[in-house]
Design a protein around this ligand. Structure first.
Ligand SMILES: [Zn+2]
Length: 539
């Protein structure tokens, strides 16, 4: 038990947990004459050990895979936002980790059961030093159960509290209407104005789990993006492919908060702290983007907003989608395990483009290449599955196991289908503009994906750079300022995407920060602090 507890906790916590576990384990030293009580004792000790071992193994897994504690915001939000079906799919994808965890718990349980069987039956005289030692050992247990913060660490207390937090979070999402009204109010107070008179149509494509390293457009060895590449050839500098785009979060909920919330969620704490320290007078002042949401800003500036999504996601619907005038969630299967293909959204996009409104912002939220990869392309359309090409040879050379390589083939097939959907959205955006109409299209992924790039893993990856390497592309039919090749090389971060989006929407407001807009000549890059500790943000 000590071994497992040390896996899931560190330092003082290990001692605290062991102190909480000790009293029931010490019961084994107490003489028990009746066979029935002996059996009851064995069961109680095993259940007790199971609680501590299970708690430790779950914590160790979260720490290893997500560098997060179970009660961190990231894990609580993910749990609150996960349906039973989705949880089942997640477990089926990560069954290897599950098997290792179950194996560890089973081994611990076997050892504990053996010890419980040998629990003391007959009273035997204890040496005085033995009694003294047991008392000394039990003293921290007494202290532990007497202290509230300490006994809260007990697995039963902790996970009951955890369950309550998850429910509270879910309830909070359910009634966010008032918060949305407040967001619209703040956006009006920000006083946005349009630089452009006449009709204006902007399409924003937010996709999921796309790692730019797997796109031919970004130099991948497999031909995964033939359509986007030919469009890039056709459109030239009007289509700005941001070569060094990064997300600052490795999961959807946090990332979308940052993209639409002008990075206030990421709380680039170091930066905020530094700027506050530099100007103590401004410490109490409210920043011009405090609580500002890009969708609300667009509406306040006169845009009619559509949110069309292939996700079925309570948190995102409540926090972002419902700020739009028109909401269309085409995927009725709860969770991301649904097999609804992103192409379903193309008809909806066409309908919105046909709408006669003067100013339109159409947001498409795609499933992209979110696990399971095989659900992200039409059945049977995987040209990479049994090709012995350079990519496969490279993976084999890196010693990636067969299951990781199979996931890579499926991932690349998902990217190929994604290329069709994304290029089609750009094609539809370019067609049918009215005379003098401004049209623009912006595409980015919420985060990247690790599919055997740097480790033997497939999935979301907060602990490797692959979890943050995303594509970002902007097309405008009449660029506000010509974009040089050097600008496309500038690194881009998703928590600053709001400023670029506002520029693409041609919105001016007093809170605009051109130094955070990658399309502005005054752009000033500051690297975000990412968990993997990225050394260079440019390749
Ligand atoms: Zn995502």
């Amino acid at each position: 038990m000590l071994g497992l507890v040390a896996l899931g906790h560190d330092g003082r916590r290990v001692v605290q947990l062991m102190a909480l576990a000790l009293p029931v384990l010490a019961w084994l030293a107490w003489p028990v004459h009746s066979a029935a009580v002996h059996r009851v004792r064995a069961v109680v000790v095993c259940v007790w050990a199971l609680l501590f071992a299970g708690d430790a193994v779950v914590r160790a897994y979260l720490l290893d895979a997500y560098r997060a504690a179970p009660d961190s915001t990231v894990v609580l939000a993910a749990a609150a936002n996960t349906t039973a079906r989705e949880a089942g799919e997640y477990l089926s994808m990560h069954w290897r980790a599950l098997a290792v965890g179950a194996g560890l718990v089973a081994a611990a349980l076997w050892l504990v059961a053996r010890s419980a069987k040998r629990g003391v039956r007959a009273a035997a005289p204890w040496p005085r030093w033995g009694v003294a030692l047991l008392c000394v050992l039990l003293l921290p247990s007494v202290l532990g159960y007497a202290s509230k913060p300490w006994r809260r660490l007990h697995p039963v207390a902790f996970w009951a509290q955890w369950n309550e937090s998850v429910h509270a979070l879910r309830q909070g999402w359910r009634d966010q209407a008032a918060q949305r009204d407040a967001a619209l109010e703040r956006a009006r107070a920000a006083a946005p104005v349009l630089r452009h008179t006449g009709p204006s149509t902007v399409v924003l494509v937010v996709t999921d789990s796309i790692n730019r390293d797997n796109m031919g457009l970004y130099g991948y060895a497999r031909d995964t993006t033939p359509r986007l590449q030919s469009m890039h050839g056709l459109l030239g500098d009007d289509m700005v492919v941001l070569r060094n785009a990064w997300s600052v979060d490795a999961n959807t909920v946090e990332s979308l908060r940052n993209i639409f919330g002008f990075g206030q969620h990421a709380a680039d704490m170091s930066f905020a702290a530094a700027s506050t320290a530099a100007s103590p007078a401004a410490a109490g002042a409210v920043s011009a983007t405090d609580g500002l949401h890009a969708i609300a800003l667009a509406r306040a500036a006169g845009y009619k907003v559509w949110w069309m999504s292939n996700h079925d996601d309570l948190a995102i619907e409540q926090e972002h989608a419902r700020l739009a005038d028109v909401v269309d969630m085409v995927n009725r299967t709860p969770g991301r395990a649904g097999a609804s293909l992103d192409g379903e959204l193309l008809d909806c996009l066409q309908e919105a483009l046909d709408d006669p409104a003067e100013r339109k912002l159409i947001v498409l939220h795609l499933m992209g290449a979110h696990p399971h990869y095989r659900l992200r392309f039409p059945r049977g359309e995987n040209p990479f599955d049994d090709s012995a090409d350079a990519v496969d040879a490279q993976l084999a050379g890196q010693g990636r196991p067969a299951w990781v390589r199979r996931f890579r083939h499926e991932y690349d097939a998902a990217l190929l289908y994604h290329d069709f959907v994304v290029s089609e959205t750009l094609q539809l955006t370019r067609q049918g503009a009215r005379p003098g109409e401004y049209r623009a299209w912006m595409y980015l992924s919420d985060h990247g994906q690790e599919v055997g790039h740097g480790s033997d893993r497939a999935g979301h990856s907060p602990s490797t750079a692959s979890g943050y390497r995303i594509p970002a592309i902007v097309w405008r039919n009449r660029a506000a300022q010509p974009v040089s090749a050097a600008m496309a090389q500038a690194p881009f971060r998703t928590d600053w995407a709001g400023w670029t989006l506002a520029d693409v929407l041609r919105i001016d407001w007093p809170g605009a920060q051109p130094e955070r807009n990658v399309l502005h000549p005054g752009y000033r890059w500051q690297p975000p602090v990412l968990p993997p500790g990225v050394v260079s943000f440019t390749d």
